[in-house]
Design a protein around this ligand. Structure first.
Ligand SMILES: Nc1ncnc2c1ncn2[C@@H]1O[C@H](COP(=O)(O)OP(=O)(O)OP(=O)(O)O)[C@@H](O)[C@H]1O
Ligand SMILES: [Mg+2]
Length: 519
């Protein structure tokens, strides 16, 4: 331990520091032409050492590179120090790459920054040595500047700095980088027939966030809380011997926001998204390669899982498995389209050339893959939860099953705020609330209606009419098909007396209801 009397006064620290720097500079300039580089640098380091014996300060040099390896602490320091600029900083550099959204700030050569951490004062200096001033064993200078940070502090803070401050700088830099990170969305590159399958990425610029998502506020908060818990429980996963991954199954009719929820999760966590179209993967081996090529802090999405893998139950149901599409009865098409066209009731089929098995997929996801990385999320989506293999649904497989359903009044209000800027109430809200509870309308359909006019009054009136029509159909028609047929007729003929009578009856009933509610 250091004694108190070993700590010199501020002026002696300054004078020691100044004298080291001055002597080194003086020596450098005098010896520049007299001594070879190696001898000169050796003498300077000795000189420094002699002075530092008298000083109670220590300087840590953080170089940008060690040989051919990049130094992570240097990069982190650069990011961290950009947030510590003060009015004393005289020169800074700014830059923005073409694909970046943010301007990044860097210190200029020889600028210093003073930081404080748990009572310790930390002085940073950015040092750049240009090639002609660097000694090089081959006598040939490197092409780039040699950049480093010098971090100076009192010797008694050495443990604090090495054990706590530098890890803190690393963590902070990671947070800052996450905040500015441009998310990537990777899809399979299979444009060339004989080309190896690989990921191809573009910037993910999906605007969906938890704020814009129309869904039950309680469910939304539960999902956010679940994600937060997952992120902060690194030690927990390690302690209980589980891979740090989480699985979600999103199910519900088309247009209820499953893909929007995936994007909202990615934007919230700042995770990249890998969209795995299983129909394009021809073997479990390819699948393994692709999964191993995914990064940490990522979301792997497999949309329409019921249409993408060869589910055993499906094979059991279908005896025409080997038949090409042309021989199939109408309506029994393969893949995602099949699921859609048959109103997500039909048995959907995998692509003919897809050999990925559900067990191959699940085994790999549960086993090797998830233990190879950190912070992995896997999301399956489906329109037909009831068609999924039990292996996929059994406890422990998908951690959370999230039902995305038709639009509620709370969801509608979020959409009205997003699309029409209505922040609070509107005089048509009571009627809309009445109808929206009674019809099945997806958030996608609501969004479409609200986009029809910029004037909130006009858009909401139009929306109310749509709800009213839907309600009428649901009262008077047994099936959707019957309703659709009638809707087509309605386009060409408005003289159907009995229909008008029915509609009037509904309207009267509704008006009666509205009056009763407003009384
Ligand atoms: N819950 C929602 N909140 C906000 N917007 C939504 C919501 N659901 C749907 N939308 C709107 O509808 C569009 C389509 O929704 P989305 O693709 O997320 O639905 P989906 O459930 O994934 O449908 P599918 O089953 O067809 O894949 C979105 O781009 C968005 O504009
Ligand atoms: Mg979708």
């Amino acid at each position: 331990m250091f004694q108190l009397n070993e700590i010199p006064s501020f002026s002696s620290v300054v004078s020691t520091y100044a004298s080291v720097a001055a002597s080194a500079l003086l020596f450098r300039s005098i010896a520049k032409d007299l001594l070879p580089n190696e001898v000169r640098e050796f003498a300077i380091s000795k000189l420094r050492h002699i002075f530092q014996l008298r000083s109670n300060e220590i300087t840590v040099v953080i170089e940008e590179m060690d040989g051919i390896k990049w130094n992570e602490i240097f990069e982190a320091s650069e990011v961290y120090l950009a947030t510590k600029l003060s009015s004393n900083t005289q020169r800074i550099k700014v830059m923005k790459a073409v694909n970046e959204k943010h301007v990044s700030v860097h210190l200029e050569k020889n600028e210093t920054i003073v930081d404080h951490y748990e009572g310790a004062e930390l002085r940073w200096k950015y040092v750049v040595i240009t090639p002609d001033k660097i000694s090089h064993p081959m006598g040939r200078p490197p092409r780039f500047d040699c950049r480093s940070f010098e971090l100076t502090f009192q010797k008694r803070h050495k443990d604090l700095v090495m054990g706590s401050y530098l890890p803190y700088v690393l963590r902070k830099a990671e947070d800052i980088a996450d905040h500015h990170r441009v998310l990537k969305m990777s899809t399979l590159n299979n444009s060339q027939p004989n080309q190896c399958l690989s990921w191809e990425s573009v910037n993910l610029e999906h605007p969906s966030t938890f704020e814009t998502l129309a869904m039950d506020p309680k469910l939304k908060n539960k999902i956010i809380e679940d994600l937060n818990r997952f992120i902060r429980r690194k030690d927990f996963y390690k302690r209980v011997g589980r891979a740090w991954k989480r699985g979600y199954l999103l199910y519900g009719p088309p247009g209820t926001g499953k893909s929007s929820l995936v994007a909202a999760m990615a934007n919230y966590l700042k995770f990249d998204v890998y969209d795995l179209q299983l129909a394009n993967v021809t073997s479990d081996n390819d699948l393994r390669q692709l999964l191993l090529a995914t990064g940490n802090k990522s979301i792997l999405v497999i949309e329409d899982i019921d249409c993408s893998v060869d589910l055993p139950e499906r094979r059991y149901h279908e005896d025409d498995d080997e038949q090409p599409d042309e021989k199939r009865p109408e309506g029994r098409k393969r893949g995602r389209a099949a699921g859609r066209e048959e109103n997500f009731d039909a048995v959907s089929r995998p692509q003919r050339n897809s050999w990925v098995t559900l067990s191959g997929l699940l085994n790999f996801i549960d086993g090797l893959w998830s233990s190879c990385g950190d912070q992995r999320i896997i999301i399956f989506t489906t329109n037909n939860k009831e068609r999924l293999d039990r292996a996929l649904l059994r406890p422990g497989r998908m951690d959370k099953h999230i039902h995305m359903s038709y639009c509620t009044f709370a969801g509608f209000k979020i959409l009205a705020s997003n699309y029409l800027g209505i922040s609070d109430e509107h005089h048509l809200y009571p009627e809309i609330k009445y109808f929206i509870k009674r019809v099945k309308i997806t958030p996608a359909q609501v969004a479409e209606e609200l986009m029809k006019d910029e004037d909130p009054d006009v858009a909401l009136e139009g929306f109310l009419k749509t709800l009213f029509k839907k309600q009428s159909k649901e009262v008077f028609y047994e099936s959707d098909e019957e309703a659709e047929e009638d809707e087509e007729e309605e386009e060409v003929s408005t003289s159907n007396e009995s229909k008008r009578q029915k509609t009037d009856a509904v309207r009267r009933a509704v008006e009666g209801n509205g009056k009763a509610r407003t009384q």
